[in-house]
Design a protein around this ligand. Structure first.
Ligand code: SAM
Length: 283
């Protein structure tokens, strides 16, 4: 079944009485060039199990299933299950989990579905949970080598920004802490049904399997990053003293050791400086 053919998709959805849910971020890919490119860039090949988040009617799922050994896909919308039975019926290497990705046990899915395989994530993410999903995958240290996802263009730019630039946010630091993000290609809004109001882009995060900081230091580091970015226009000294109850003098002295001005703001610090600052503030 050609799931990028508008006529086919309309007939399929009409027959199942399906209507799009805006709240669930349902914008399905209808541009035939996109899914092969996501799959190619996303490690969908022999020896890999691919975790997909949000199947829609299965257009990307089918492309992943053609290339990878196994696909495990999490989809929250129960109404899509009978449609998926029809569109993915020919594949015996796909398993759908009708669950909320934010609540299900992804470690268990990977352990049980991908035994003996390498693992990666590929998805056209629902836009309303882009950052929470990416941070959940990274913070829970899911054993995946890469995360290749389509997100809104602005989110892609933020995720792939340089730490220490105005475009960066807390999520940029998170992604850079756990891996390396790369902006792959832009996707116009006309590539989806229904068409959203903004353009999209595909990014890939190559996950670093080694832990950079001890658990306690890591928790402190992320608390500092979140506090700093929640008041990013303030100086670090003001933001951290008010939110983390650290004495200003201690912050000034830590900044001084890093040759940074007392008026420094969080968006001016690169990754190594952020890690060094958090170590200095913790002792
Ligand atoms: N992969 C399909 C495609 O590219 O055409 C659909 C992508 S659509 C942008 C996002 C999908 O994620 C929808 O099918 C939606 O129902 C599903 N979804 C939304 N929130 C979810 C959640 N919390 N857990 C799992 N799936 C979710």
């Amino acid at each position: 079944m050609k799931l990028t053919n508008i006529g086919t998709v309309k007939e399929l959805l009409g027959r199942h009485g399906f209507s799009f849910s805006k709240g669930l971020g349902q914008n399905f890919i209808i541009n035939p060039e996109i899914c092969p490119k996501i799959a190619e860039n996303g490690n969908a090949c022999e020896g890999f199990g691919i975790l997909e988040i949000g199947t829609g009617i299965g257009v990307l799922t089918a492309e992943l299933a053609k290339r990878a050994d196994k696909v495990a896909a999490v989809e929250i919308d129960t109404r899509l299950l009978p449609i998926l039975e029809e569109t993915l019926g020919e594949f015996n290497n796909v398993r759908i989990f009708n669950e909320d990705v934010m609540k299900c046990d992804l470690h268990k899915i990977i352990r049980e579905e991908f035994a003996g395989l390498r693992a990666a994530v590929c998805a056209n993410l629902p836009y309303y949970i882009t950052s929470p999903v990416i941070m959940l995958l990274l913070e829970s240290r899911l054993p995946v080598e890469s995360i290749t996802v389509m997100v809104q263009k602005e989110a892609a730019q933020r995720l792939c920004a340089k730490v220490g630039s105005r475009e960066a946010g807390a999520v940029t630091v998170g992604v850079n802490y756990y891996g390396t993000a790369k902006y792959l290609f832009g996707v116009s809004r006309g590539s989806f049904m229904p068409s959203p109001n903004v353009d999209s882009a595909v990014i890939r995060i190559d996950v670093n399997p080694t832990q950079r900081l001890e658990d306690e230091d890591e928790r402190f580091f992320f608390r500092m990053v979140k506090c700093g970015f929640s008041q990013r226009r303030k100086t670090l000294a003001n933001a951290l003293s008010s939110q983390m109850q650290i004495e200003k003098q201690k912050i000034y002295s830590a900044l001084g050791k890093l040759n940074l001005s007392e008026a420094a703001r969080i968006e001016q610090l690169d990754m190594e400086q952020l890690i060094a600052l958090s170590a200095a503030l913790r002792c």
